[in-house]
Design a protein around this ligand. Structure first.
Ligand code: NAP
Length: 251
């Protein structure tokens, strides 16, 4: 296989990912759901991962190419290996594209962050993606292809108050991305970090951004589809083109 950008023989025009398999975490809503829709529209068969079974079922019912729902709680240490195996079975083979969008946004001063907040941020932004890529890399290396897209954040480079757990773990995610790029250089495996600024999703619901002067109003945020477009663009570049990082903000 020469890489995800080359469509399968007989692929429909406009479906450069025809015949490809993708796994999207955080697919029950927001950026993950939008990314699943974009990858499916590009022709991929998508395995959609999150905890919310009903939302996943509704999404896969809407997607083309026999999308599948894989409910999973990614806080569990064994989730990455179980998901890698489950997706292989459900998709009928190794994935070509991974989008890790599952995340959490514990927006509060450190003294107000609970152990559960810290554990969730560490698990979703650091431990799970490292374990998941570790589970999939041997297959990617053997095939000489495979594309990992990690959803970072503006907070993977910038720091803001009330962001200790979020910024620390998103900085760690970016560090992991850069190390993995170095470790996979020349292998045919591609790694892209997509780092959006504030995006209008349910992740803000607990913080009432429209009512809080220090937060961006929803109307001033990116849309999840904007981020998903960037994901779709990155994974459809020719196989010799490696998009290291995309940083999105409102114009
Ligand atoms: N929205 C923004 O302003 C913004 C900006 C920059 C970066 N980001 C990043 O973009 C990514 C997606 O965020 P979003 O805005 O789309 O948030 P969202 O709408 O709240 O979606 C978060 C997703 O993560 C999943 N998830 C959370 N905990 C999980 C767990 N324990 N196991 C499995 N799945 C879990 C949720 O599904 P279930 O609840 O169904 O499990 C949901 O699908 C995150 O990494 C976030 O940090 C967002």
């Amino acid at each position: 296989m020469s890489g995800p950008a080359k469509a399968a023989p007989g692929a429909a025009p406009g479906e450069p990912l025809a015949g490809r398999r993708a796994i999207v975490t955080g697919a029950s809503r927001g950026i993950g759901a939008a990314s699943a829709r974009v990858l499916a529209a590009l022709g991929a068969r998508v395995a959609c991962v999150a905890r919310s079974r009903e939302a996943l079922a509704a999404l896969v019912a809407e997607l083309p190419h026999d999308a599948v729902a894989l409910p999973a709680d990614l806080l569990r240490a064994e989730a990455a290996d179980l998901l890698a195996a489950g997706a292989r079975e459900a998709l009928g083979g190794e994935a070509d594209v991974i989008v890790h969008a599952a995340g959490t946004f514990p927006l509060a001063p450190l003294e107000e962050l609970t152990d559960a907040d810290l554990d969730a941020a560490l698990a979703l932004h650091v431990a799970f993606p490292l374990r998941f890529v570790r589970a999939l890399l041997p297959g990617f290396r053997t095939r000489g292809s495979g594309h990992v897209v990690l959803i970072g954040s503006v907070a993977d480079r910038s720091v803001f108050p009330a962001n200790a757990a979020y910024a620390a773990t998103k900085h760690a995610l970016r560090a992991a991305h850069e190390v993995l790029r170095a470790e996979t250089r020349g292998s045919g495996v591609r790694m892209t970090l997509v780092s959006p600024a504030a995006t209008d999703t349910a992740i803000w619901d607990a913080h009432d951004p429209d009512g809080a002067a220090h937060l961006p109003a929803r109307a001033e945020m990116l849309r999840p589809e904007d981020v998903a477009d960037a994901v779709g663009w990155a994974v459809t570049r020719p196989a010799h083109v490696d998009i290291e990082e995309l940083r999105l903000s409102r114009s």
